[in-house]
Design a protein around this ligand. Structure first.
Ligand code: F0G
Length: 457
């Protein structure tokens, strides 16, 4: 018999209680947090869909592995395990361990970047863009046109526009630091990148002599989509698909907090020895010695095991199908969504949901506040709060889309948690006309969404 019900392919051995609050309490908590979910206390949150990063539940095998952690400063056995796991998966020889993804980004973009340099991506994640711009370089996003429209159906909305890539490489000849494919494309809706697109990008980069990097933090989830949506790929295993994609790249940056199923960690992996050597100097100055970077031995054990577990077909099936489960429930309620549903999250199109709220009044932020007020659900705005900039006259240059991300932590929530989230949207749909926008009353220069203060219009 073929079942409709997706079961979690694990049993729960250890539980963490959730505090249940009232709406009146949450209204006060929102005020105290200046309507910014990053400033809420985790113990007040009922279902935390802020991120899938560092929030995974580790397996019994990973916890057991942590006891095996070798905490030696140099030459740790756990480092050998992690290095082997990364080399085997990526085929990249030079592996630099870092405490998380952005530390690897700071190292590689610090080396390749600088004033006058240009970086090109399907979409730079916010920390990627910030690390590039911090060096004085410019970051340009060129997703395919379909990737910019939440409603258009396309199997690989994470793809890069290869014609535009050619143009930009000609235009900025001699100044391109690297081309980066983010798989899956997080800021573009968690949408996958096809193997054909990665091959196209790699070939163009090779022709122009420009480094091609993968931001591979969700590479296993991307492999699921490639296997099920791309021709001639169904015969390969998820791991083989990932390996093939890595074989095209000159390097990879990974936040292990996603598809390595751990709470902390990352790495930079490179093919070229000379670049690796320069990066290793930066690693030692800012992260740690080459055989631990920013990590404990136990973290490296957990990463090595997580990189195996994540390619388990039963896990990946459950993972992608359970994200889709939430997405389909919301779609059935008429909630405007980024479709098809991506791998790690459901993205609500807040611009289409709240048509009466202009981008400079942050419709995504309004939805984030509603979700918390009604249900204690914490989500994150991926729109003009995160990516908006100001024109010379002080007006907002809005981001291309106003999305709200409901990111699903790996192996943490069950189907009933997702049903509770979906039920909340019934109320959101009924009361959508009464919701007001927000203005920013305080913000820092970089990554403003983390600490900005808001006020209701
Ligand atoms: N690249 C991508 C595509 C990411 O999604 C992230 C993190 C990073 C790089 C940076 O990694 O957090 O380990 O320093 N994304 C998290 C998120 C924060 O919520 O999507 P990090």
């Amino acid at each position: 018999m073929k079942h409709r019900t997706i079961i979690e392919p694990f049993r729960i051995k250890s539980v963490e209680p959730i505090g249940i609050s009232t709406e009146a309490e949450r209204i006060e908590q929102l005020k105290d947090a200046h309507y910014n979910p990053f400033l809420l206390r985790s113990r007040d949150v009922i279902i935390d869909l802020m991120t899938d990063s560092g929030t995974s539940a580790m397996s019994a095998h990973q916890w057991a592995g942590m006891m095996e952690g070798d905490e030696a400063y140099a030459g740790s056995r756990s480092w050998e395990r992690m290095q082997d796991a990364v080399r085997e998966l990526t085929g990249l020889d030079h592996v630099l361990p870092t405490h998380q993804g952005r530390a690897a980004e700071r190292i590689i973009y610090g080396h390749l970047g600088g004033p006058g340099k240009v970086f090109i991506s399907n979409t730079h994640f916010d920390t990627t863009r910030a690390n590039i711009e911090f060096t004085g370089a410019t970051a340009i996003d060129i997703p395919i046109a379909e990737g910019r429209d939440p409603a258009i159906r396309h199997p690989f909305k994470g793809n890069m526009d290869v014609a535009e890539l050619e143009n930009l490489l000609k235009q900025h000849r001699g100044h391109v630091g690297a081309v980066i494919l983010t798989v899956t494309n997080n800021s573009g809706g968690g949408q996958p990148v096809s193997m054909a697109n990665a091959e196209g990008v790699a070939a163009i980069c090779k022709r122009h002599g420009v480094p091609f990097l993968l931001d591979c933090c969700r590479i296993a989830e991307n492999s699921w989509f490639v296997k099920h949506r791309e021709e001639c790929m169904e015969g390969l295993s998820y791991r083989q698909i990932a390996q093939r994609m890595f074989s095209l790249a000159d390097g990879a940056v990974m936040s292990a907090k996603k598809d390595a199923l751990v709470n902390m960690g990352g790495f930079l992996a490179l093919r070229d020895g000379a670049i690796a050597e320069a990066c290793t100097n930066l690693l030692i100055i800012t992260e740690g010695f080459t055989t631990y970077g920013g990590l404990s031995g136990r973290d490296m054990e957990a990463i090595a095991i997580g990189l195996e577990e994540v390619f388990d077909p039963h896990y990946l099936d459950y993972r992608i199908r359970s994200t889709k489960f939430l997405g389909e429930k919301l779609h059935a309620l008429g909630v405007p969504l980024m479709r098809p549903i991506g791998g790690h999250a459901v993205y609500v199109d807040a611009k289409a949901l709240y048509r009466h709220i202009a981008p400079d009044q942050y419709p995504g932020q309004a939805l984030v506040v509603e979700l918390y007020r009604l249900a204690g659900i914490r989500a994150v705005e991926i729109g003009s709060v995160m990516f908006g900039t100001y024109a010379a006259d002080g007006s907002l240059k809005p981001s291309a889309m106003e999305l709200v991300r409901l990111a699903i932590p790996r192996r943490v929530y069950t189907q009933s948690h997702m049903e509770y989230a979906a039920e909340t949207f019934e109320e959101i749909m009924l009361t959508r006309d009464q919701v007001r926008g927000y203005r920013i009353i305080k913000e820092p220069r970089f990554l403003r969404h983390f600490t900005a203060h808001f006020e209701q219009m």
